[in-house]
Design a protein around this ligand. Structure first.
Ligand SMILES: Cc1cc2nc3c(=O)[nH]c(=O)nc-3n(C[C@H](O)[C@H](O)[C@H](O)COP(=O)(O)OP(=O)(O)OC[C@H]3O[C@@H](n4cnc5c(N)ncnc54)[C@H](O)[C@@H]3O)c2cc1C
Length: 291
């Protein structure tokens, strides 16, 4: 019952798109996702029952995305040099997930080659088998799983050099009397952060998402949360942001945010029928891996 042609690890954009393509090619496909939600780094969360986009706030436009949005009948909006979905970025993942078999809160902790197939063991002791496996986690996380499963991959393999920027994000709920747009406009443009008002996206009417630069995030990422928040306060104050406008806040950390280099192929077969894919591999997460 737990056997599939293809098991995809991760329900981010890569995993969802590849699952659709493999399913359309007639394969029995399962996605195993460790989190409660879908979308991976495309993420919308709720505070006071209202949404905040706290992962990617936009995606770089491409022909593939245009085609995908058309197929899904979604109308993206434009922002600077990117596109986003009003009502929450995670609507993209939710729409892509329709018709796919996805199990959430299934963290794959071990991959075992047995006869001609793969066995995938999960943290909750469940197990699945498949003829082929596609691993779509950010490359360093994918390599952790490969190494802890004792799958041989050379220490100097070029895939091991793929790195990601870190991202610190402040989710802020402004006091009811504060106008989010005026807060955004009053702050001077900054090298350390970008401020996005959530009401412009039909999300939390008093919500701001403040995304900190890779350099700032790298500098403060490993510190305790109170110290991170102090550094954030200093940076925001320096740029004219009135901290008294904030009623409550949460800090979100992304250890792997954007790949700074990419492996030059769309997928890498690290062992028989075990593939790596995702944005660490030429950013072709919307390209089919099916020959
Ligand atoms: C703060 C931030 C800002 C960004 N800004 C931009 C931008 O401006 N423009 C742009 O184009 N892109 C941007 N991105 C990057 C973009 O979000 C990613 O390139 C894209 O979402 C990657 O999708 P993916 O499916 O390849 O990976 P992910 O979305 O990371 O999906 C991988 C999935 O695998 C799951 N997983 C991992 N390990 C396991 C396991 N062992 N078992 C089961 N499941 C597992 C994870 O939970 C996750 O859901 C940004 C990302 C962040 C975080």
């Amino acid at each position: 019952m737990n056997h599939y042609n293809t098991i995809i690890i991760g329900a981010g954009l890569t995993g969802l798109q590849l699952a659709k393509q493999h399913q359309a090619a007639g394969k029995k496909v399962l996605i195993l996702e460790k989190s409660k939600g879908l979308g991976g780094r495309i993420a919308t969360r709720r505070i006071d029952e209202m949404g905040f986009d706290h992962g990617a706030l936009k995606l770089n436009p491409s022909e593939n995305f245009e085609k995908l949005f058309q197929e899904l009948n979604l109308k993206p909006s434009t922002l600077e040099n990117g596109i986003y979905l009003a009502g929450g970025m995670s609507n993209l993942a939710k729409t892509m997930a329709a018709g796919l078999e996805i199990l959430r809160e299934k963290k794959v902790t071990q991959l075992k080659r047995m006869d001609d197939q793969w066995q995938l063991n999960c943290e909750d002791q469940s197990a699945f088998t498949a003829n082929e496996v596609i691993l779509t986690a950010p490359v360093p996380q994918a390599l952790e799983l490969i190494d802890s499963s004792h799958i041989a991959l050379a220490a100097d393999h070029p895939i091991r050099s793929i790195r990601y920027t870190k991202a610190l994000i402040l989710l802020a709920v402004l006091k009811p009397e504060i106008n989010p747009q005026s807060t955004v406009q009053q702050s001077t443009p900054s090298n350390t952060h970008r401020i996005y008002a959530m009401n412009e996206r039909g999300l939390h009417p008093q919500g701001l998402v403040i995304q900190f630069s890779p350099d700032f995030s790298e500098l403060h990422f490993e510190k305790p949360e109170t110290e991170i928040f102090s550094a954030i306060q200093v940076a925001l104050t320096a740029d004219g942001f009135d901290l008294n406008a904030i009623q409550k806040h949460e800090v979100k950390k992304w250890r792997y945010s954007i790949a700074t280099s990419t492996y030059p192929e769309a997928s890498l077969e690290v062992a028989p029928k075990l593939y790596l894919a995702g944005d660490g591999l030429v950013s072709r997460y919307l390209r089919s891996l099916i020959p």
